[in-house]
Design a protein around this ligand. Structure first.
Ligand code: NAP
Length: 341
């Protein structure tokens, strides 16, 4: 398996778990090439190619005659980007791993394929997509990229289109259709890693979502949640980097869910934060009232993934409860530094 992984290309690889993945591969003795737009230099021992992946000619030119055993695509968000990558890497790689997301299962982001009307109620273009059932985590077959309709005619990449359909729908549908482009009439062996919400890494965790909880609970401010908040699934930043490393060196194909064992709701997360930082019991405000937006991990429906495909293929997941206290502590330390306390 890993023996055949000598040359790996990462598209992205300059922040958060992409950076961890790059170093993990390099330190395992793999020849690593990263492609990004050059906002930060690559570390020693890593080949750096500078190109915008949206610019097909520039990507071709930067790659030249290079070939890889595996490409890991960390920043594919639209079917247009997938179509460019599929053309450019056909014949240049034997395996392609795209970092996708559990948001592909978010039923609120499905759409009417006839109109793509953001104001229409969410409907699935595939009759096979079942609504989330409490206590039954979603499996990969719920969204089949082999059958998902692709709409390359839509203005993907245009800000106005994103605004029209909304960030959440743009992100989820862009990922679903990107997976579909790679899966249908494949140019190489293809895997989409559907990552759970990633937590950990302190200041490296640029999304600010765990920061939001640690800061609010730590300073005694209310956290805005749904009146009935449902659990979801998570993964640590180190674990998702390890998972991608494993998926790159394996030989299975198709979508695979990546989440640590154990589910967690926003209010359970608040209680853990309070215990970890020694704060008072958390207080809550409820979504729907005036004031703040609902907090990022509060869900009004059961929203958990089933990781048994990856487990069956040989990956050993940790338990969320084992790493979460450390992730909270890292975030609390980052807040202390940021506030100069
Ligand atoms: N954080 C989460 O909770 C979560 C959960 C599920 C899935 N994900 C997925 O994780 C992935 C991101 O991982 P990461 O944050 O660790 O990222 P990463 O691998 O470091 O990639 C981000 C880097 O990609 C480069 N990039 C962006 N657009 C580019 C373009 N058009 N052409 C070339 N390079 C480009 C940027 O560097 P330059 O500015 O130098 O180009 C950027 O810093 C995404 O696919 C996201 O959907 C994240």
């Amino acid at each position: 398996m890993y023996d055949s992984m000598r040359d790996v290309c990462i598209i992205g690889g300059s922040r958060y778990f992409g950076k961890r993945l790059m170093l993990r591969l390099r330190d395992a003795g793999v020849n690593v090439t990263v492609i990004n737009r050059g906002s930060s230099p690559a570390p020693p021992g890593v080949t750096h190619l500078v190109a915008d992946r949206d610019d097909e000619a520039a990507l071709e030119a930067a790659l030249g005659e290079r070939h890889f055993d595996v490409v890991i695509d960390q920043v594919c968000y639209t079917p247009r980007q997938a179509a460019i990558a599929k053309r450019v890497f056909r014949g240049r790689t034997t395996r392609y791993v795209m970092t996708s997301t559990m948001e592909v299962y978010d039923p609120a982001t499905f759409y009417d394929p006839a109109t793509f009307d953001a104001t229409a109620p969410a409907v699935s273009p595939l009759a096979a997509v079942a609504p989330a059932v409490v206590g039954r985590p979603v499996t990969e077959g719920t969204v089949d990229p082999g059958a998902w309709p692709v709409r390359l005619d839509l203005p993907w990449g245009e800000e106005q289109f994103r605004e029209r359909i909304g960030d959440a729908r743009y992100y989820a549908e862009g990922k679903r259709q990107a997976e579909a482009v790679f899966s249908q009439d494949p140019a190489f062996a293809y895997v989409s890693v559907r990552s759970a919400h990633v937590l950990g890494g302190g200041a490296e965790e640029f999304t600010g979502r765990l920061y939001h909880y640690v800061d609010r609970v730590g300073t005694g401010r209310p956290v805005v949640v749904h009146r009935e908040d449902h659990p979801s699934t998570f993964i640590n930043d180190r674990e998702i980097a390890e998972f991608l490393f494993w998926a790159a060196g394996a030989d299975f194909t198709g979508p695979v869910n990546a989440n640590s064992h154990g589910e967690l709701s926003a209010t359970e997360l608040c209680a853990l934060v309070a215990a970890q930082v020694g704060a008072e019991r958390p207080t809550y405000a409820y979504a729907g009232g005036a004031g703040d937006e609902v907090s990022p991990f509060s869900f009004d429906r059961y929203y958990a993934m089933d990781n048994s495909r990856a487990t069956g293929l040989g990956f050993t997941f940790s338990k969320t409860a084992d790493w979460l206290p450390g992730a909270i502590a890292e975030t609390a330390a980052a807040i202390t530094t940021a506030k100069g306390l």
